[in-house]
Each structure stands twice: as C-alpha cells, then as structure tokens.
Design a binder for this molecule. Sequence first.
Ligand code: NAD
Length: 360
Amino acid sequence: MVQPNSQTLLLLPGDGIGPEVTAEARRVAEIVAPDLALEDGLLGGASYDAHGEPMTAATLARAKECDAILMGAVGGPKWDNVPRDKRPEAGLLGMRKGLDVYANLRPAYCFPALAAASALRTELVEGLDILIVRELTSGVYFGQPKMIETVGGERRAVDTQSYTTGEIRRVAARAFELARGRKRTSGKFPGVLSCEKSNVMETGVLWREEVTRLHKEQYSDVRLDHMLADAAAMHLVKAPKDINVLLADNLFGDILSDEASMLTGSIGMLPSASLGEPGVPGLYEPVHGSAPDIAGKGLANPCAAILSLEMALRWSLNRPEAADRVWKAVDAALSSGARTADLGGNLTTRQMTDAILKHL
Ligand code: NAD
C-alpha cells in the first residue's frame, strides 16, 4: 500500500537488456528502501510497440510527478526502420528535454578490484575518480536547422551547434558546485577542466568566455582550467588521474565520457544522473545502451543500473545511508571476485546481483 507522502521511483526499463538490469536494481531498491514506491512505465521501443510513440505525454507527465526516474536503455534493430521521430532514442531525448535535465553527471570511478580490467596500465587507473559533467539538453543534438536536403543533385546534411549564455552558465555552475564538494588537491586539474573547441568553433569561444566569467563572479575558490576537447581526449588516456571534474558540451561530453568509461573496466559498470533545477526529478540511467547482442541471455552486468539507483538515492531521494550501503555492497562483491562476462567472469545478471545482495 503506497503511503500518500512516500517517495516514488519511476522505473522505465526500456528495451534489450534494459528490463534485465532494471529488474536487478529493483531487487536492491526493495531491500535498501523498502518504503519507496516503485512504479513501472514504458519508454523507447517498448512504448512504440504499445502506443505507437517512443514516449507518451502521459509517461512524461507521470515522470514529472515522481521523485526520481530510473531508466534501463532503449533501442535495438527491431526499430531501425521506423521514422526518426518515432525511434526509441527519440523517447529518451524527449524525456531528457521534457524534464529539462540539463546536467548529465557521469562518474568514471575505478573500483580497486577492477584496476587490472582497464584498457590502460593498472598504475594509470588505480584510484581513478573523474566526474564528467556533460550539457544534455542543447547543442548539436537539438540545434535547428537539422535536415538532409538535396541541393544541385547532391544530398546535403545539416546539424546545428548552438548554445546560449544561460545554457552554458547553468551547467557550468553545477560543475563548479560539484568540484567544491569533491575537495581534490592532487593532479594537474584538481578543480574543473572545461573542454571545447574554441580554436575552430564560435560555440567554443562563447563556452570558454562564459565559463571564465562565471568562475570569476562566483566560483573563484575552485580551480578552473581549459583544454581543447581533442587534447582532453588524449589526456584522458595519458594521465586520467590528473582530472577531477571535466565539463563539456553535449557532443564532446558524449564522446569524452564514453572514452572515460573504458578506463574503468567495462561500460557495464557506469551509471549516470541527469539533473535539472531544484524540484525537478532526476533521471538516472546506465551509460550503456540496450546491448541487443547479449539481450535475453542473462549476460548483462547489472552494476551500472544498480549504481544508477545508488545515485538516485543520493542525489534525488536524499537517502545517503542507503546509497552508501549500495556502493559498499558493489565494492565488496567485486572484491570477493564476483564478475559478469564483460569483467572476465562467468556470473549471470541475476547471480551478480545475488553477490551484491549478500553484502547489503
Ligand atoms: P551498447 O552500450 O548497447 O553496447 C555496446 C557493447 O557493450 C556491446 O557489445 C554490449 O554487449 C556491451 N554492453 C553494454 N552494456 C553492457 C552490460 N550492462 N553488460 C555487459 N555488456 C554490456 O551500445 P550499442 O551496441 O552501440 O547500441 C545498441 C543499442 O542501444 C542501439 O539501438 C543504440 O541506439 C542504443 N543505445 C541506447 C542508449 C540509452 O538508452 N541510453 C545508449 C547507447 C546506445
């Protein structure tokens, strides 16, 4: 029986391995937050199949009323040929835009037990703890015009990169505040490292100017460094531990955070949070996609979904003790040798969660 004043977590499992990993996060939530009301909804291909839309207005309206939303993943070959605005990914973008969750937080944390599983040498990633803050609701994924047209017998494609000062400042403010809370003193870039391409892009020039201005006005106690996004891509594999909080726009943040994910062992380990203004429910989701190649086989690593729940407990539901319990249980399970196939082990999705539950 749901108490009228209790908090609600909306689960949107989505497609492919989404439902498999979200079911495991639900098992964890039922133990660490038994009073939390858990609701289910459809998003992505699952919603398209049921309603002809990848996200219905009713789902978005319900999401806005909940305290937090935990998504699985969307997409898959089944929907490759549906019109672009009906594709599963349109549901995901619609949810992010509809909630206006403009700051995407992607921690790239290397659990000690997984240091040897990284694509880099162990000493480069041992102790790695980067927080990537990616702008999520503007930039080239949303800018207009966006089209493919035929000009003079040739096809021509256009995407538009556009940022306003307000869009830059609000996400930069989040990054500065998060860097303040992380109190790092080591590494070459212990505060915020802001990345753009101000050498060739006007949006990059504006980005650098606005981040610098905001820093001077309100956050001069936090160290600020700038780096071109391509140089940052190199630095991430050369000396990743130099970086504390990395701030980037939607496109560069997408690429740099995927690169950073490979430093930590597996994309199956990486959670994310998308936050808007205070009072807006946070959107939590694994960084990985729907992994059609392993869907339905019980091979998916549930850690990214479980750690996304951990972020929801911490950032939206104000339950830091429960979040700490989840974090420590994942750490302990990994230390005891529990591994799914992506981490070089042979546990199924459910067995990996069992190993985590043992430590709760
Ligand atoms: P993907 O992340 O789904 O898979 C990439 C590789 O990582 C695959 O080999 C997959 O098996 C593996 N992998 C991913 N998650 C894993 C996990 N939890 N455990 C073990 N292995 C895991 O990316 P993709 O293959 O490029 O995309 C597949 C579909 O997912 C596409 O339709 C894409 O559009 C969609 N996608 C959705 C999201 C999202 O919902 N946020 C993000 C990325 C891609």
